[in-house]
Design a protein around this ligand. Structure first.
Ligand code: CP
Length: 317
């Protein structure tokens, strides 16, 4: 007899841990939640009585706010702490802080941290479900899920799509999660950028390393540009932003010459306009950048719901 699928993850640490079935299940759940955000009264009682802490050690606009909106739309009680206002400023360790949060009985802790692996570390010290909202250069799974959801809405099938990711691949957790996610679902992921922005392990993730942006975007169905993550570089890794924009910036002429006419233009934000992407591309035909943000709320509602194991029984780690 066929076993019924059940989402079994207590924590969301990365795309690495999610199976193809898990990914589609999260996306289908997100679709069912998306409609709530277009109602006049944007609130359902699904997570009433649950306590959710947003624990952000790095700046964020989209991720922090959309997790908070997602939680509030599901009637959870939400609380935010940031490094600048927490006792981390006084020398408290991450684990001590987390154990103190745990002592207040939260159900979910959403964490963004500059160190790769910080969310995984917390799972060994607290009982709450942990959701990775971006850890160092490692993973940003909710971003990849909202990106895949956006592409799926437009292209229906992910399998067989050509997805070009351009820019600072080495320091981008968004790139890592998207490479893993899109590749798992059968897309061809091409990456391009300056050699100093290319980590050595890309082949093992299944990405095709291209020698130029033109090569990466040729016949691409999706073109995603990434910001240069200056905060993760001790010394500048490119000669100048002007040269970077000239050789690696996504502009209209490049897309018209090489990409498919119906290519989707994506960016996780925040955009440095005129550097990795020209404004006429960011705001132009094919851009789904703000749709990505809208879908971020739906995906995060789905993740909060699923890690709480609302479909019977407590989810497993
Ligand atoms: N895409 C993303 O992570 O944006 P924020 O840094 O604003 O959360």
């Amino acid at each position: 007899m066929k076993e019924t699928y059940r989402f079994r993850h207590k924590h969301i640490l990365g795309m690495e841990q999610l199976s193809v079935t898990d990914i589609y299940y999260i996306l289908d759940t997100a679709i069912s939640f998306k409609e709530i955000s277009s109602r006049p009264i944007k609130k359902v009682p699904t997570l009433k009585g649950k306590t959710i802490i947003n624990f952000f050690f790095e700046p964020s606009t989209r991720t922090r706010l959309s997790f908070e909106i997602a939680a509030k739309r599901m009637s959870a009680d939400t609380f935010n702490i940031a490094t600048s206002t927490s006792s981390a400023q006084k020398g408290e360790t991450l684990i001590d802080t987390a154990c103190n949060l745990e002592a207040m009985s939260p159900d979910i802790i959403i964490i963004r941290h500059g160190s790769s692996g910080a969310p995984g570390l917390l799972t060994r010290h607290v009982d709450a479900a942990i959701i990775n909202a971006g850890d160092g250069t490692h993973e940003h799974p909710s971003q990849a899920l909202l990106d895949i959801m956006t592409v799926r809405e437009h292209k229906k099938n992910i399998e067989g799509l050509k997805v070009a990711i351009v820019g600072d691949i080495a320091h981008s957790r968004v790139a890592h999660s998207n490479i893993i996610g899109f590749t798992k679902l059968g897309a061809e992921v091409r990456v391009a950028g300056p050699a100093t922005f290319m980590p050595p392990h890309l082949d093992s993730l299944g990405a095709l390393v291209c020698g130029s942006v033109a090569e990466a975007v040729t016949d691409a169905d999706v073109v995603m540009a990434l910001r240069i993550q200056k905060e993760r570089q001790d010394d500048p890794l490119i000669p100048s932003l002007r040269e970077y924009a000239q050789f690696y910036g996504i502009n209209h002429a490049l897309l018209q010459k090489h990409a498919r006419a119906d290519a989707l233009i994506m960016h996780p934000g925040p955009i440095n306009r005129g550097v990795e992407m020209n404004p006429d591309v960011a705001d132009g035909e094919g851009s789904v950048i703000l749709e990505q943000v809208t879908n971020g709320v739906a995906v995060r509602m789905a993740l909060l719901y699923l890690v709480m194991g609302q479909e019977g029984g407590r989810a497993e780690a």
